[in-house]
Design a protein around this ligand. Structure first.
Ligand SMILES: C[S@@+](CC[C@H](N)C(=O)[O-])C[C@H]1O[C@@H](n2cnc3c(N)ncnc32)[C@H](O)[C@@H]1O
Length: 268
């Protein structure tokens, strides 16, 4: 039985999480905004294709009834930004980390659904709708090895409605070994300019979470499930695009980039 956390405690741990993530992605809020731009347009397009409503001209927000999935949602940071700017769609975050899911439920559970599932499993769980309008992700899919990632992309291609979209913001290095150092120094210089170089990092955040008595049960559940970050698949945008096209997506391309920090879009 998963513990229910106090909303105020969750608020403070989630904002501490956001600061910790900005240590790695200085432009995280910009990245969230770009993903929101793409999803907004995609939902209008799906709306047009599926429901024959000319919302683009009328500039109305997308209608209720659309579904957006956030893969590897953590405590729901991206889902929450999308919910703020696109109040209509049902937003479902999927993750397998009990600590982050519990924080997300306590912080944003009144308007975002959180589902506990492993993205490397053969299929998404039954509570995920068969047809969705958009799928987003940030800083999560680099955890997956290429084979399960390709299987996930095939699954998404089957579920996303025609005209719908997959949008992934993540570290996607070029794959050119001579550029690796440059990508790293661009990222570090940006971190200093934005003023997040002294932020807490991943290990410090988790060490602090382990010392929080209110999170003790969840931390022990997490250690039993052995979810660990074992490095990055290091796939380039071009390699992601190849996997996405093979899965059935039509147009695939980068819409935003800073160093290796990339927002990749694939249209279904
Ligand atoms: C760096 S965090 C990013 C979380 C969130 N998207 C954000 O931007 O704050 C990566 C997330 O991916 C999740 N994740 C990694 N591999 C996963 C898998 N196989 N199944 C489900 N979630 C996974 C982790 O549990 C973690 O919450």
């Amino acid at each position: 039985m998963t513990a229910t956390l106090d909303a105020r405690l969750a608020r403070s741990w989630v904002s501490r999480w956001d600061a910790q993530q900005e240590f790695y992605i200085a432009d995280r809020e910009d990245r969230f905004a770009v993903i929101g731009d793409v999803v907004d347009q995609a939902l209008r397009r799906v709306d047009q294709v599926q429901r024959h409503v000319d919302q683009v001209q009328r500039r109305e927000p997308p209608v209720d009834g659309a579904t957006v999935l956030d893969l590897g949602c953590g405590p729901g940071s991206l889902s929450a930004r999308l919910a703020d700017r696109l109040p209509g769609p049902r937003i479902i975050g999927i993750d397998s980390d009990p600590v982050l899911l519990a924080l997300g439920r306590a912080r944003y559970g009144d308007h975002i659904e959180f589902v506990d599932a492993d993205l490397t499993a053969p299929d998404l769980p039954a509570e995920i709708p068969d047809v969705v309008d958009a799928v987003v992700s940030t800083t999560a899919l680099h955890w997956l090895d290429p084979e399960p990632l390709a299987a996930l992309y095939r699954n998404l291609a089957r579920r996303i409605r025609p005209g719908g979209v997959f949008v992934d913001g993540d570290h996607m290095p070029t794959g050119e070994s001579d550029l690796r150092g440059l990508e790293q120094s661009v990222r570090e210089a940006r971190t200093v300019r934005v003023g997040v170089a002294a932020n807490e990092d991943w290990s410090q955040w988790w060490a602090a979470a382990q010392a929080e008595p209110e999170l003790a049960d969840l931390i022990s559940e997490r250690s039993e499930r052995a979810i660990q970050h074992h490095g990055s698949n290091a796939l380039s945008p071009a390699e992601h695009a190849t996997l996405l096209r093979a899965a059935g997506f039509t147009s695939v391309g980068t819409v935003w980039q800073y160093g290796d920090d990339t927002v990749l879009v694939a249209i279904r």
